[in-house]
Design a protein around this ligand. Structure first.
Ligand SMILES: [Zn+2]
Ligand SMILES: [Zn+2]
Length: 397
């Protein structure tokens, strides 16, 4: 074999027309670090979106598929470099953030999403997000104490079971007890699982991902959980059904363009319509006041709780970065009557909304409209259904 042919074999160049698929990998730890290396070798995928807020630490060397030179680097940066070394033609989008903080426009339109998370709160968030955006997703996990790996495949559709269809009230209670403030690190493994177990889960996941991106639903493990025990060498396949009283809501959104960016569209342009128009953003709340956890000073604001600026977080009286939202001043949604003229003149960005966010606008007697702020990051058709409201009824910048 010549040097040239070796190089071509090891650096597969994607053919644009043959590999239009994109995959989002959430979590670059025990499972995710092995998934990235395998997905980068997939001939079917041209774009990888990587999401993880953390940096690699020396203690990750034993459990994650990384090099000593990766220690100290943001996980998504180290994994993006690895993916590029495997396939320089791959488009890799590293996003160093908690998945709950990523604007939905960044993942909207991906062919499949792979959840490599160990905590249930963020997985619940992914379940509902993928339902709303119609994204098939695969969830993998390991249990080092029980020597188990598992993979679940979730297809989207009115009769398809979701993660929460299999959850009991006890599961929900355990969830709120374990993550009282919903600030869990996505891949905060309860134990340091060995790299071999993570790689086994990763292999099962990538096998299923390959079927899902190619649309091979006959062979994909949809509606099922596949579990393998490395101690007994037994595997178990469990089937799930859609539960009618599932708490996830099983919503599907038809997303329309807002028609303006967060910097140029004002709150008045979104809210100044008849029939009590309100705007909210799923899974987030606004606050009208902050209090300093150190000295008790208070300050009025109008901002998404999860997107306070550094200046807003810093107390003007004691100088500590301890300003937190006041629980009694939380707003699930904004409406014109409760806002001053000054606030209504603000651009959406000033309350913490960003391009790529999807806001839900409600009017009496109409179904919610789900509007994508700014340009469409996914670059795909912004609408599959123009039924109601019609695009011209939506406020433009
Ligand atoms: Zn469900
Ligand atoms: Zn203070």
């Amino acid at each position: 074999m010549t040097a040239l042919s070796t190089e071509i074999r090891e650096n597969p160049q994607r053919a644009d027309d043959a590999s239009p698929f994109s995959v989002c990998i959430v979590g670059c730890g025990n499972i995710g670090s092995a998934v990235v290396a395998m997905m980068a070798r997939s001939q079917a995928v041209s774009t990888l979106i990587l999401i993880d807020p953390d940096a690699y630490e020396a203690r990750n060397l034993s459990g994650q598929c990384i090099l000593r030179t990766d220690v100290g680097r943001p996980k998504v940066r180290a994994m993006a470099a690895l993916a590029h070394r495997i396939n320089p033609a791959l488009d890799v989008v590293p996003i160093a953030a908690r998945v709950e903080d990523v604007p939905l426009g960044a993942v909207r339109g991906v062919t499949a999403l792979l959840s490599c998370l160990d905590s249930r709160g963020p997985r619940l968030y992914l379940n509902r997000t993928c339902q709303r955006l119609g994204i098939p997703w695969i969830d993998a996990g390991v249990d080092p104490d029980l020597h188990l790996v598992r993979v679940n495949v979730y297809r989207q559709g009115p009769d398809e079971p979701c993660l929460e269809c299999a959850m009991s009230p006890v599961d929900y209670a355990a969830l709120s007890a374990r993550h009282p403030c919903d600030r869990a690190t996505p891949d905060a493994a309860p134990t340091n699982a060995p790299a071999s177990l993570g790689a086994l889960a990763a292999s099962l996941m990538v096998v299923e991902a390959d079927k899902v991106v190619r649309g091979d639903w006959d062979d994909a493990a949809a509606r099922r959980q596949v579990t393998f025990c490395t101690r007994t060498h037994r595997h178990v396949v469990t089937a799930f059904d859609r539960r009618e009283d599932c708490l996830s809501g099983h919503e599907h959104w038809d997303v329309l363009p807002l028609g303006g960016s967060a910097r140029t569209t004002t709150l008045r342009q979104v809210l100044d319509a008849p029939n009590g128009t309100t705007v909210r953003i799923a899974g987030r709340a606004f606050t009208r006041a902050l209090v300093c956890a150190d000295c008790g000073a208070t300050r009025s604001v109008l901002r998404l709780e999860s997107r306070l600026t550094a200046a807003q977080s810093r107390c003007r009286r004691c100088g500590q970065p301890g300003m937190v939202p006041v629980a009694s001043q939380q707003l699930e949604r904004l409406d014109a009557p409760s806002l001053s003229d000054r606030h209504l003149a603000w651009p959406l960005a000033r309350v913490g909304l960003r391009d790529g966010d999807i806001v839900s606008v409600a009017r009496e007697g109409h179904p919610d409209a789900h509007l994508l702020i700014g340009p469409d990051c996914a670059g795909n058709e912004t609408s599959r259904n123009h039924s109601d409201p019609a695009p011209e009824e939506i406020p433009h910048a």
